[in-house]
Design a protein around this ligand. Structure first.
Ligand SMILES: Nc1ncnc2c1ncn2[C@@H]1O[C@H](COP(=O)(O)OP(=O)(O)OP(=O)(O)O)[C@@H](O)[C@H]1O
Length: 319
């Protein structure tokens, strides 16, 4: 395991900690436009970590900062124990990266491109790359200018795995893939890459995809991480209360319900109220709701849907 000296005056975690990515109070700007504003995140080694955020939230900026392509204004970033920017070469030797738009030397074919990678990378496993190329059935002799966008993405994944990375960074990797290619892509990630112990950190707009393959999720909103948790924790820490009243509740009662401690979200449809609440207080909440002066005909407690929870955080609707 890497073990680097860290300044005694910094409280930042040591390089030999278990995290694959350690971000502390990161601020990154484009000119005067501050994109990331004091962002903190720890990505455990061996995790499959999904990153969600609205368009323009700063996901690509964050991934570029991890690669040392963007320089932070403030804060600390360590990737696999190496300091981003300062130790950029050490990081790129151990990290695989697939960007939103993969640009290759268009006049080369796949075989020629692999040869180039082999020469420029510190470590290269061509057998593995051939195996992945075969799974996508990518043609070895076709020049890349004749590749579709989806084929280029598939190729980018194959090449990103050539150096047998400890960490794979994927920026909206499945965008533009047909359903079959998407399935092959996700299967490679789960059954081959993650299974071999590689940490995967990927941005996506597709919540079902995150739910299907990730074990952790983070949401970036207004330059900060507003949620970072294990998916299982997130699922179990929220419950839905379905309340059926005998009459439609007045505004002030809706407001009172909304303000009960532990209520995260309220939706009203006629006589029916749907509350998303914190699991650990839901029994206390049920008692308080039953004690209120409106006739409650029925109350049902059901598990919360992960996509609903994540959508609320994406909207900034949860504190
Ligand atoms: N090269 C650049 N120069 C100036 N501003 C930029 C540049 N690249 C990105 N930005 C701005 O930084 C902000 C964050 O962009 P970024 O691409 O990181 O967001 P994102 O979360 O990846 O978005 P998307 O989901 O749409 O891909 C946006 O407001 C964008 O306009």
């Amino acid at each position: 395991m890497n073990n680097f000296a860290v300044n005694a005056d910094t409280a930042f975690p040591r390089a030999d900690s278990q995290a694959a990515i350690e971000i502390d109070n990161l601020t990154v700007s484009y000119g005067s436009n501050q994109i990331l504003r004091g962002l903190n995140l720890q990505v455990p080694r061996g995790s499959i970590y999904g990153l969600l955020g609205a368009n323009g939230a700063g996901k690509t900026t964050l991934i570029k900062t991890l690669l040392g392509i963007r320089t932070p204004d403030k804060g600390h970033v360590r990737v696999l124990g190496f300091e981003a920017v300062k130790q950029r070469q050490e990081i790129s030797a151990r990290v695989g990266y697939v960007s939103e738009s993969s640009n290759f030397y268009e006049y080369l074919n796949v075989k020629e491109l692999c040869l180039l990678c082999r020469k420029t990378q510190r470590h290269w496993n061509q057998d593995k790359v051939d195996h992945y190329l075969q799974l996508f059935a990518l043609p070895g002799k076709k020049t890349l200018r004749k590749f579709s966008k989806g084929m280029k993405t598939q190729l980018a994944l194959c090449l990103s795995l050539g150096n047998e990375p400890d960490l794979l960074l994927l920026d909206e990797p499945t965008e533009g893939l047909d359903p079959l290619a998407r399935e092959v892509f996700l299967n490679i990630l789960i059954n081959e890459v993650a299974a071999s112990g590689t940490t995967i950190f990927f941005s996506s707009h597709v919540i079902p995809e995150i739910a299907a393959i990730a074990d952790h999720v983070a949401i970036v909103y207004e330059g900060k991480i507003v949620l970072s948790d294990e998916l299982d924790n997130l699922r179990s820490s929220h419950k839905i209360l379905l309340l059926a009243y005998s009459e439609k509740l007045p505004e002030q009662e809706i407001e009172a319900l909304q303000n009960l401690p532990g209520v995260l979200r309220l939706e009203q449809e006629g006589r029916h109220i749907r509350l998303r609440v914190k699991s650990d207080v839901h029994t206390v909440l049920v008692k308080s709701i039953k004690a209120r002066p409106y006739e409650l005909r029925d109350i049902e407690i059901v598990p919360a849907r992960l996509d609903h929870i994540l959508l609320d955080y994406l909207k900034g609707g949860v504190q």
